[in-house]
Design a protein around this ligand. Sequence first.
Ligand code: MG
Length: 375
Amino acid sequence: MTTLAPYACHAEHTRGRRYTEAPPQGRSAFQRDRDRIVHCSAFRRLEYKTQVFLNHEGDLFRTRLTHSIEVAQIARSLARNLNVNEDLIEAMALAHDLGHTPFGHAGQDELNACMQTLAPQAGGFEHNLQSLRIVDELEERYAGFNGLNLCFETREGILKHCSRRHARLLGPVAARFLDGTQPSLEAQLTNLADEIAYNNHDIDDGVRSGLITVQQLLELPIFAQHHQQVCHQYPQAEGKRLLSEVIRAMINTLVRDLTRTTAARIAALKPDSADAVRAGPSLAAFSDDLRAQADALKKFLLDNLYRHAQVMRMTNKARRIVRDLFTAFLDDPRLLAGEYQRDDPIEQARAIADYIAGMTDRYAIREHHNLFRMD
Ligand code: MG
């Protein structure tokens, strides 16, 4: 068994849970968090939520669930390379997208727009905040408390971004958004593992869908270099096997570069505790060269995949569905099941946002059909 670095989050020194519980037997506090996340219903719903492609558009595309598992795999490798807490990083990775609405970013942007314009007092909608809200409040599994009662460190990692306005209401878990400090190294690495995962799997899904081509991708230095390397090593490889090898090589390069760059920063700054990591500058980073290459890849995907006409059509429909649902429920909350009805108008808007955000793609489409069609 390897010993964790002094700058890692150590389970025995956790800042604890919101509701005091006896420590777990036979597993660490962060293993228990990971297990609670895997058993919660929001986690199971990830299977039916869009990453880029609608869940029912094809059986082989990534969903939020398979994306989260890929993030966890990459994050765990990083944790082992850098001697930080693998259980904690896995918990964060598996929970990082729990708050996503149906239909990916389109659904979230529309839900936020609805909250901002139709219920301006209610405080908008942010998916990171929603992930925290799910694990803190919305899951109903335990007799003694709402939510999953996770450790501070796991909650800190789940809350990737947060406006100052919300940070003021959330207490210690959001303090860093007010005082400019960092989250743990595990949280920093999970963020970048997320980026490595989606950049690479979106290439795979994009080519599989026919919306982007290998020919286009070869204009990107990071793709071209690895493509050349794989063709040299496996001259007979072609088609999806060649593409898989290129993606595999790119993930490897990114993980190794991130490990090396982060290790160098750790060696220079010598943080001696997780709190020293929080107080210092951000540690987890790619080298400047890889950062630039990864940014070019992101821009390519934005221009050619996320804004492809076919994706935009889906996005447009998704936004309409979310807006129609929100408007109908806000106009007449009696359309909602009793558990989502509230007396206070601000709480009502929030309950509607919770309800819509919790929907899977399919459920939202069915609910829209139920509300707006007679047949
Ligand atoms: Mg993600």
